[in-house]
Write a protein that binds this ligand. Sequence first.
Ligand SMILES: [Fe+2]
Length: 411
Amino acid sequence: MDSVALDRPAAQLRAELRAARAHTDALFALVDPPTLYERPIPDRHRLIFYLGHFDAFDWNQLARGVLVLPPFHPSFDRLFEAGIDPPPGQAPGDRPSDWPEIDAVRAYVKRARQVLDEAWDDLPTERVLTALEHRWMHAETLCYLLHELRPSQKRAPAPSPAQPQPPGRASAHGRTPWVAIPAGVARLGQEQGAFGWDNEFPPYEVAVAAFEIARHKLTNGEYLRFVADGGPAPHFWRERDGALRLRCMFDDVPLPLDAPVYLTQQQAVAYATWAGARLPTEAEWQRAAYGHGTRRYPWGDAAPEAARANLDFVAWDPLPVTAHRAGATPLGVEQMLGNGWEWTATPFAGFDGFAPRPYYPGYSANFFDGAHYVMKGGSPRTARRLARPSFRNWFRAEYPYAYATVRLARS
Ligand SMILES: [Fe+2]
């Protein structure tokens, strides 16, 4: 699996880090400087934290952790070190004036990058990949924050020629057919010697009983019937002049009935119960997407492209659930990669034999609390680097801001 091999040429990794920095820099440029002091999600830090965090992480991990260089701004090293994920009702109470000036943060970022770039050849590949993937993951979570700003607070970039248009009004997508997944083995986790986060190790195989999984992700149109029967409305829906709309990144549009519904894990479970189905376990999801673990992507080994998956920043928002037939699995399950993470029924925990990395002990273990659930797949704003079979994502069951949907299962 060469996209995650640890023997990658340094020049190629350097180019990737440059691209990732340019990507996150461009996200901050979507808003005016005063907006960086806003807190778009109540239980996350203000945007200004993230302006410093990505490079503080690189600095703390690589310059201080690997190269043991002396700090040049120790208070910023600490201030921008780690994000927050408080339990419900414990949102932070800091004020904008508690945070430093933007110019001071930018100067810190610039210097951290300069020092790291000069020391590049002394950095071990695994540690560089940790920094690189950390930044790519935040490229997505920063979008969750920017999504919550009012449209007037953001500048939409010019669409690239390859970028699909945002979803418009569409006819209701009919009830999705079921696909039978035969009993067999699912392979979870990452091979030793390849890059992965602590929670991807050790790899293991598990027997999965025969079950059925939905060919498509759950749509807004299907979920609408649940709402009409008293179910909770998803966070991304809006009602205006009596009509339902979807709040996209830069505007809102009439609710696209054939796009995946983004919802919480609690809402997904409630819908599944109402519909007489259930969520797949992580192992079931893995088997539906990757069979017994011999292909790189759900469709095979060919690289992701826009026809196969709404992934890797091609679009800002979800597309219809039937838009990627070319990315179906051999059994015909569509869109297991991209267009929205998929909640599973599995609480986030370490595999048997889990060991935290000494240089980042809290990455996963801090969330093994029964309150967070595994999500698999990827969203329109997930970097292709993270689209490996073993990658695991997780959020609190009631977290409403993620680009996360569900695909039903039944025994
Ligand atoms: Fe982080």
